[in-house]
Design a protein around this ligand. Structure first.
Ligand code: ADP
Ligand code: MG
Length: 373
């Protein structure tokens, strides 16, 4: 098995570090506090939740419910997702599952078997808007009354900003305040959500939650993790090759995992510096058609700015004359407009959780591709 996972969580042995964050998350859950964390995509938010849940499930005294609302478009879909996620943890054959189906009988739950995965799926037949708003508290109160501790992780939480219903936070807040045995993890991608939270009149919703600041994994911990997994499979990798991997990916979790995953799958006995160079080139070539599509979707000014940021890697002052002149970007107003569009499209990430915030290209492989062109 390839030990460098790129889309699932399996077990702690494939998971690098995050000891502080895991401890904080588990402590919040066992102390019944709600947790919030928004961080850049592919840095390891979902994996962190799964890692914490892995440990909690072993203790057997907390039931962990996970829901990813990325694909939901409105309150109704949110409710269905919530009901289904609860149902998955307490299927019909457990006593809580039976009681759950009983409790929601009026919502006419329909259980069907997913054609692809073979798992049972639950959906509710609710059509009146007035019913929607009552359903969330109803589902949560049910859980609260089971004499067990429950934690619900809502992943990709920023998605609620796209719902036509604008009272989601108020709705959740009122329900949550009354719960004694259920707590929450709100997690999602940074850009839109952070902006929203700081401009929101409903900040009290977030003020009562504890924060986790999820940054890149420490290089000094990632390097031995990588070396260890290659060596477990009798693959030699000198430290200059590992340093190159971490340089190329800027230590961003997904890109590091992906590059190591590809290197591992090549079945070599030794991975040296030039081997890493060849593999990254292969990945970039494979992705090239996507990069051309990105270019076609951007205006010329946006593409030029993206290229400039890629070449600089980190840009602290995008409106400075020096930067604008070097890349011929026009006026500061032009740059401002383009940079806002690039951030909105999540092509550029504005790293604000540091003392000196800076802009960087979101996708580390795209950044390398631009640099090598
Ligand atoms: N601490 C870690 N150690 C090893 N791999 C990780 C770690 N955190 C995340 N990953 C891997 O990196 C990829 C991206 O992580 P993910 O949790 O999906 O990011 P996010 O939810 O922030 O978008 C996943 O394939 C995951 O398996
Ligand atoms: Mg995720």
């Amino acid at each position: 098995m390839n030990p460098f996972l790129i889309n699932t969580y399996i077990a702690p042995e494939y998971f690098c570090d995050r000891e502080q964050e895991t401890k904080a998350l588990i402590s919040n859950i066992t102390n019944q506090s709600n947790t919030i964390f928004f961080a850049q995509r592919r840095i390891g938010k979902t994996a962190l939740i799964q890692h914490a849940f892995y440990h909690l499930k072993k203790k057997r005294n907390v039931e962990c419910i996970y829901m990813d609302i990325y694909a939901t478009q409105n309150l109704k879909e949110f409710i269905n997702q919530l009901a289904n996620s609860i149902y998955r943890v307490f299927p019909e054959n457990k006593s809580i599952g039976k009681r759950f189906l009983d409790a929601i009988k009026l919502l006419r739950p329909i259980v069907s078997i997913d054609q692809i995965t073979g798992t049972p799926e639950l959906s509710l037949d609710i059509n009146q808007t007035t019913q929607y708003e009552k359903t969330i508290p109803q589902l949560l109160h049910f859980l609260d009354n089971q004499n067990i501790q429950v934690t619900i992780a809502i992943d990709e939480f920023q998605q609620i900003l796209a719902y036509p219903e604008k009272n989601m936070e108020a709705l959740l807040r009122t329900s949550i305040q009354q719960l004694k045995n259920v707590n929450f993890i709100f997690c999602g991608s940074d850009q839109k959500m952070m902006h929203h939270i700081f401009n929101s009149a409903q900040r009290p919703f977030y003020a009562s939650t504890k924060n986790i600041n999820l940054m890149k994994i420490d290089r000094l911990l990632y390097a031995p993790f990588i070396k260890g997994h290659f060596e477990n499979h009798k693959i030699k990798i000198p430290s200059d090759a590992i340093e190159l991997i971490l340089d190329l990916t800027d230590c961003h979790t997904y890109y590091t995992q992906r590059l190591c995953h590809e290197l591992f799958s090549e079945n070599k006995k030794t991975i040296d510096f030039s081997g890493v160079t060849q593999t990254i080139q292969r990945i970039l070539t494979e992705n090239e058609s996507i990069y051309f599509q990105y270019r076609n979707l951007l205006t010329r000014a946006q593409w030029l700015l993206l290229k400039a940021i890629a070449h600089e890697e980190k840009v602290v002052q995008p409106y400075a004359q020096k930067f604008i002149q070097k890349y011929q970007l026009g006026t500061p107003a032009n740059v401002k407009r383009s940079i806002e569009a690039l951030v909105e499209k999540e092509m550029v990430f504005y790293q604000t959780s540091l003392e000196n915030p800076y802009y960087e290209v979101y996708d580390k492989f795209l950044m390398r591709w631009i640099q090598y062109k």
